[in-house]
Design a protein around this ligand. Sequence first.
Ligand SMILES: Nc1ncnc2c1ncn2[C@@H]1O[C@H](COP(=O)(O)OP(=O)(O)O)[C@@H](O)[C@H]1O
Ligand SMILES: [Mg+2]
Length: 345
Amino acid sequence: MKKKIIELKGLEKHYPVFGGVLKRQVNSVKALDGIDLDIYRGECLGVVGESGCGKTTTGKAIINLHAPTGGEAIYYPEDGDPMDLAKMSNRQMKNAGIRSRLQMVFQDPTTSLNPRMLIKHIIAEPIKEQEKLSARELEKKIVSILEMVGLSRMHLMRYPHEFSGGQRQRIAVARAIAASPEFIVLDEPTSALDVSVQAQILNLLDKLRKELNLTYLFVTHHLLVVKYISTRIAVMYLGKCIETCPTDELFSNPLHPYTHALLSGIPNPEVAAEPNRIVLEGDVPSPLNPPSGCRFHTRCPFCIDVCSREEPVLLDVGNDHKVACHRQDVVKELVKEKFGIEGYF
Ligand SMILES: Nc1ncnc2c1ncn2[C@@H]1O[C@H](COP(=O)(O)OP(=O)(O)O)[C@@H](O)[C@H]1O
Ligand SMILES: [Mg+2]
């Protein structure tokens, strides 16, 4: 049986927008506008979608780096009662002993690591918050964590700038696991790295998840990266989750027109000819004023009347597959008919 670790129910993050001479709030950016999503223990859930759709905000809202403005983020501890992280302050999370169980690794380790701190101190900080160790024990633990991420004792007395991008990301991962977390948000952790280094970091993350029983929320706009590392995928569009299912299922049986469009954009290196693509018309609408009904309807090639009027619910269609589309039962045929696409790489 799969056990939930986190459940998002209508989670919301609206950023206020101020204007006019009085600098009053005139509108809000609906960065997250009611996202429903289950995250299971031990999985790597990939979160994909175009830039600005709310992937980073989702990660930050869950772990309370940016407090949500509505909805629930239920955390199910291994022991004890569920708690709604969306209603807890950082202090309350700390007092409940769960602050350190939820960690985040950012895209750019150059800005996320303190340039004036030795590696030794960067890793020591989260350990010291957990347990009181003698200086010797502490150093031993730091070294063992460095070794887990492919670094060693000789790196202890160095500063972040003395490392390459890939090594710096290893340090950021080491700092996250030093807190003994259960859940880590990985926000585009390989996007700033050279392609050759990306694979090494992905393999490291995959290994650590299995060895340490971690759960990941892996945010990326890169579909082949999630295909490689994720066990399940959530597709986001304008602050909502519009489709979620196991990774294989997403690539073999996508249901949402937007997911089809994303998949059709992946180049297939095994085929010389350009694949048929679903090119979406227009730009992503502004999260200041998202469209009525289905928020994808303004760009959807299969939009009908109901789509602009009624918002589709995220429907469970079996096989651990959920989709929010009024026409999900005919999308596959429509894609074949209109674009000549029968499957994806
Ligand atoms: N601190 C902020 N203040 C105002 N708007 C923000 C802030 N952070 C993000 N946004 C807006 O929220 C939306 C979602 O952003 P983000 O979560 O960073 O998207 P993604 O990670 O998918 O690219 C975007 O429209 C972005 O401009
Ligand atoms: Mg982002």
